[in-house]
Design a protein around this ligand. Structure first.
Ligand code: HMG
Ligand code: MG
Length: 298
């Protein structure tokens, strides 16, 4: 059976966008439940400026509290050397760099132009690799920007190549505001895989307009086998107005298993993690599989 890797980003992309700050103990329980469901790659938090993302200011405490089985890779976003220092002190073996394909989103999200971001991330990557860490990269706004609208493929290609040259092992292509359609996915990812092997690319689809899973199916056709998703469908970017959650991990796993892909995830235990965070947040989450599984239990 063909395998698909899932990168669970709920504790980071999901919780960074919640109005109320989720207590550390609940974050720790959530991550432990995600791991118990079989997820092997979990983005646990962000070591960004806590004034920009107060929701994740407790990254150190979360990483200190979670169980860390040897076969699970935990990662976190780092925007600069200060972030890397904090991540390394928390014992992380992987970090993720992030920037945008569009100038305005890059500026709003990390307070720098694209040109000024390259040397900063280059230094972070160099230092992280020297410390023996694995480095992942994100390119945001590949399929559209909340401030500029459509974004030329050339921008994404340039940023993807720059991140790969810095030594990242994988670049996650972000549909930050969930505007992509399968046609666009075929066009853009189909063009990028001409230069970059599919093993080094991942799909990161937000589901603002209901096209997230259809976009995964299109990206699978283009050869991608790594996808980011978020428990319950939590998520969004506070610096991308109108961005909704990522595709839900429950819905992604359900679809992949039904298409005969192996994920290593136990859907039953995964929905327990979804039900847990839904109860913590006190509102209904967008995951359809979670809704269906809870409806079947009543
Ligand atoms: P800045 O304010 O320009 O930073 O922010 P600075 O270097 O001028 O520093 C200002 C102060 O912040 C200093 O403290 C620093 O020490 C402190 P002061 O001297 O004033 O007391 N500081 C830090 N403290 C702790 N940890 C740090 C850190 N860095 C600086 N790492 C910066 C620039 C990039 C740091 C800021 O803009 C930032 O943190 N941005 C992050 C925004 C963010 O997290 N956005 C969401 C994640 S991206 C996303 O969701 C998209 C994605 O999911 C993919 C997709 O969907 O497309 C990945
Ligand atoms: Mg995102």
């Amino acid at each position: 059976m063909d395998k698909v890797q899932i990168v669970e980003v709920g504790p980071r992309d999901g919780l960074q966008n919640e109005k109320e700050i989720v207590p550390v103990a609940a974050k720790i329980q959530l991550i432990d439940k995600l791991v118990a469901a079989g997820l092997k790659r979990v983005e646990a938090s962000s070591f960004v400026n806590p004034r920009w993302i107060p929701q994740l200011a407790d990254a150190e405490e979360v990483l200190q509290g979670i169980a860390r089985p040897a076969d699970v890779t935990f990662s976190a976003l780092v925007p600069n050397l200060r972030g890397l220092e904090r991540a390394a002190a928390s014992g992380l073996r992987e970090v993720a760099l992030f920037m945008s394909a569009s100038e305005s989103h890059n500026q709003k999200n990390i307070n720098k132009s694209i040109e000024d971001t390259f040397p900063v991330l280059q230094e972070v990557a160099r230092e992280a690799l020297t410390l023996g860490l694995r480095v992942r990269g994100y390119v945001s706004t590949v399929f559209g920007c909340p401030y500029e609208g459509s974004v030329p493929l050339e921008n994404s290609r340039r940023v993807t190549n720059a991140l790969l040259e810095m030594g990242v092992f994988e670049v996650s292509l972000g549909d930050t505001i969930g505007v992509a359609t399968p046609k666009q996915v075929h066009e853009k990812i189909g063009a990028l895989v001409k230069d970059v092997t599919t093993e080094r690319l991942a799909g990161h689809f937000h589901d603002t307009r209901g096209t997230g899973l259809a976009n995964v199916a299109a990206a699978l056709d283009e050869g991608l086998r790594t996808f980011d998703s978020s428990i319950g469908g939590l998520g969004g970017c506070p610096y991308a107005p109108g961005a909704a959650g990522n595709i839900s991990t429950e819905d992604l796993v359900y679809m992949l298993h039904g298409m005969d892909y192996e994920t290593g995830v136990d859907l039953e235990r995964l929905t327990e993690a979804g039900a847990f965070i839904q109860q913590q947040l006190g509102r209904e989450l967008s995951s359809k599989v979670l809704k269906a599984s809870l409806a079947c239990k009543t």
